[in-house]
Design a protein around this ligand. Structure first.
Ligand code: HEC
Length: 448
């Protein structure tokens, strides 16, 4: 699937750069003139875009995994008729970078991420041009070959790591059609029999219906030997976590996985809702050089706040560490009044650096932004993390369910929150120097 689009992209780039080369060499005028004739004979340059040749491959690569019968998207986007019917919405969603759902600014902060479904500018421009043209279907023979879609209830990370080593499933819980938020906290044996280092984790509702009512599902190891603590965090829309090689997030032997699940009745009764956690382990004997933890970082001292009706608010939390650290991933958390969030570093010398920013927050999609190993930010002792969250309780916030309410910090969906989940590898002086030396020896390649 990826290959198809990469080769299409290459063809386009090659075509345009060959043309540019010919023009520079003074040999292009015939070709360019021919192109002009071709453009002039049709309504516009965009008229050559067709659904079959240009749009279907983009939808296939970026949308259809969710927008097909039986998956989590509200409607299928498979056929020419589907695309025409939703054309305006499709255009708006891709231009605003709300679909595919991965809210992470493209123009600031670290861009090199381990899981990154954002669309290329070029594909967005192609969709815009097609929707703004007469939306030709083209020749159905130009359609990309069909894709064998994974089962939507399968783990997404299985495509990268294969089947998980361990799957832990929560006890069933009946979620009513309507009602208040509900919390469910079962404990289940982990099935891990020797202390191990975790390589990746994905939390997922067992059924497609169950997904929509599972607002969050956090997991912690309890009991057992050799490590433990926080296993993972899940909030609606998140895929998973990947722990970099060399680090170890520990799983104890013979522990229990304790679930903290927040169900959110939303119009569909789901009997026997369950959450499964897939855990991929590093091989037995792998210990990693440094410990990695996933921790909730919020406002100091758990300070509360209130947002006035029709008001707005900015909160900031700061955090320093006792040892040098590497920030491997971060994920802002908030609800419907949160509109933007950023993670920055204040260096001891007074300079600030943007780590990553989300300025089109949607509580429907929580994402862990996982940095590529070569670019994950390093903090020396004395450097600070700055966690900023912006809230909008006015009518301008389209997700706001009720601008007349006072909103306070709290656990319910109607309350707000101000914290980030951050995966941190705890280093020492030697460890941070070694990472710096390795990066100097192997600079990150610019992949663009
Ligand atoms: C990871 C799954 C997923 C992917 C990938 C995805 N969508 Fe969606 N999409 C959803 C879900 C779930 C919703 C409903 C909730 C929401 O709006 O966030 C949605 C909503 C939409 C809507 C809004 C429907 C309405 O209410 O008007 C449009 C339009 C849309 N998607 C288009 C796209 C397009 C175009 C792509 C690819 C470029 C895409 N989506 C990729 C899951 C996905």
């Amino acid at each position: 699937m990826q290959q198809v689009s990469i080769s299409r992209l290459t063809t386009r780039i090659v075509t345009s750069s060959v043309l540019a080369m010919l023009v520079t060499l003074g040999m292009g005028h015939t070709l360019a003139a021919q192109q002009n004739v071709q453009f002039a004979s049709s309504n516009s340059a965009d008229a050559e875009l067709t659904f079959s040749a240009d749009i279907a491959p983009i939808l296939q690569e970026n949308c259809q995994v969710c927008h097909q019968e039986g998956s989590i998207g509200p409607m299928p986007l498979m056929t020419y008729q589907d695309a025409r019917r939703y054309a305006r919405r499709i255009k708006d969603m891709v231009v605003q970078r709300e679909m595919p759902p991965y809210q992470y600014d493209t123009d600031t902060g670290i861009q090199d991420l381990k899981y990154d479904p954002r669309m290329s500018e070029e594909d967005i421009a192609t969709i815009v041009a097609w929707v703004d043209s007469d939306m030709a279907e083209g020749n159905p023979a130009d359609m990309p070959p069909p894709v064998e879609w994974p089962d939507p209830t399968e783990f997404t990370l299985a495509q990268r790591f294969g089947a998980p080593d361990v799957v832990v499933v929560s006890d069933p819980f009946d979620v009513p059609e309507i009602g208040q938020d509900l919390w469910w906290q079962p404990s289940v044996p982990s099935g891990i029999s020797t202390p191990r280092c975790i390589r990746a984790i994905e939390t997922k509702a067992v059924s497609v219906d169950g997904r929509a009512v599972t607002h969050h599902a956090n997991t912690t190891f309890r009991g057992g030997d050799g490590g433990g603590g926080r296993l993972s965090e899940y909030a609606l829309g998140k895929v998973g976590e990947i722990i970099p090689e060399g680090a170890c997030r520990t799983a104890p032997a013979n522990g229990q996985v304790s679930f903290d699940i927040h169900y959110w009745p939303n119009g569909v009764q789901v009997d026997g809702a369950q959450v499964k956690v897939g855990i991929w382990l590093y091989p037995e004997g792998y210990e990693g050089d440094h410990r990695q933890t996933l921790t909730l970082y919020g406002l100091q001292g758990g300070r509360g706040f209130d947002i006035a009706p029709h008001g707005s608010l900015m909160t900031q939390g700061f955090h320093t560490f006792r040892t040098p650290v590497r920030v491997d991933s971060f994920q802002p958390h908030g609800h419907t009044r949160l509109v933007a969030a950023s993670l920055r570093i204040l260096r001891e010398n007074g300079r600030t650096e943007m780590v990553g920013m989300v300025s089109n927050w949607s509580a429907l999609w929580h994402h862990s932004h996982i940095f590529e190993d070569g670019v994950a930010p390093l903090l020396d002792v004395g450097d600070k993390l700055i966690l900023t969250s912006w809230y909008d309780n006015t009518v301008d916030n389209r997700y706001n369910p009720d601008p007349d309410q006072w909103v306070s910090i709290g656990d319910r969906t109607a309350d707000e929150m101000s914290h980030f989940w951050i995966a941190v590898t705890h280093l020492d002086e030697e460890g941070i120097e070694k990472i710096r030396a390795d990066r100097q020896a192997r600079p990150v390649l610019d992949r663009d």
